[in-house]
Write a protein that binds this ligand. Structure first.
Ligand code: NAP
Length: 247
């Protein structure tokens, strides 16, 4: 008889922390990765890779693998995955929780303009701006096609599309230090930071640098996700649902 099994929707540091914590408590855990990163940081325990094939595919997986609970620890911007997870959980009756770090909030000295999408953020850059864009590669073409704007686009995975001469792609994986971010902004004469409100302590060095240098920030707000019980960290989630999750 197979022990009850928890599915973690991963691709984040929070997901790796959760897998490690649950395994340390004797849980049977499988983490799912989308398979979009060439060399992902792997969590402890079993890992599966690749899409499920929509909410129906995920529902089939939940049944076949006898999943007892789903924890959606995917990135705050992975809205499609989160929507499909809620649908599949409803269809199969499997309980679902979400682990999601709180968004960043502006502090004294910050100058943020909110954008609801990457295309809105790209449109907010005035002609002649030099932007540091840290939104990954998926939606970067909206910036690269602005011929009146130049700058740096930072991402983890290489970008396969055309890169106009006014733009430079930087391949780097966080975390970064405040010094590193200040130097990057200063050396490249950056006039605006464009980023997504991912949240989390480690990656906010860029926001600290923008604050220190008086740089305006265009902040892309999180997409909406269906409401499920949501916890800001692993400890809170396990405290609230230990009875359901732990053996
Ligand atoms: P998305 O737009 O919400 O999802 C697109 C499709 O990718 C989903 O429909 C699903 O395919 C598949 N997928 C996504 N996450 C998956 C997972 N954990 N396991 C299996 N399949 C998954 O997702 P995204 O924004 O492209 O993000 C992809 C992955 O990168 C996620 O795991 C996310 O946590 C991570 N990530 C995203 C960002 C970001 O800014 N978006 C940043 C850091 C990490 P099917 O429909 O075939 O099931």
């Amino acid at each position: 008889m197979q022990r009850e099994r928890i599915l973690i929707l991963g691709g984040t540091r929070d997901a790796r922390e959760l897998a490690a914590a649950l395994i340390a408590k004797g849980c049977n855990v499988i983490t799912s990765l989308a398979g979009v990163t060439a060399k992902p940081l792997l969590p402890a325990g079993e890992v599966r890779t690749g899409g499920f094939g929509g909410s129906d595919g995920l529902a089939g997986f939940l049944r076949q693998d006898r999943i007892s609970a789903v924890v959606d620890a995917s990135h705050p911007f992975a809205a499609q995955m989160s929507r499909q997870a809620v649908q599949a959980a409803a269809e199969t009756g499997v309980p679902i929780l979400r682990l999601e770090r709180p968004p960043w909030k502006p502090e004294a000295g910050d100058s943020w303009t909110a954008a609801l999408s990457a295309s809105e953020a790209a449109a907010l850059l005035s002609p002649g701006s030099r932007a540091l864009v840290t939104i990954g590669r998926k939606e970067i073409s909206m910036f690269l096609t602005r011929t009146d704007v130049s700058g740096l686009a930072r991402m983890i995975e290489p970008y396969a599309g055309p890169v106009p001469p006014a733009w430079t792609i930087i391949l780097e994986r966080p975390p970064f230090t405040l010094e590193h971010e200040c130097e990057l902004i200063t050396q490249h004469h950056i006039s605006h930071l464009v980023t997504k409100n991912a949240g989390g302590a480690d990656t906010s060095a860029k926001l600290g640098a923008a604050r220190a240098l008086g740089l305006p920030v265009i902040m892309i707000e999180r997409p909406p996700k269906p409401a499920v019980p949501t916890y800001a960290n692993v400890g809170e989630l396990i405290t609230a649902h230990g009875a359901m999750l732990l053996p």
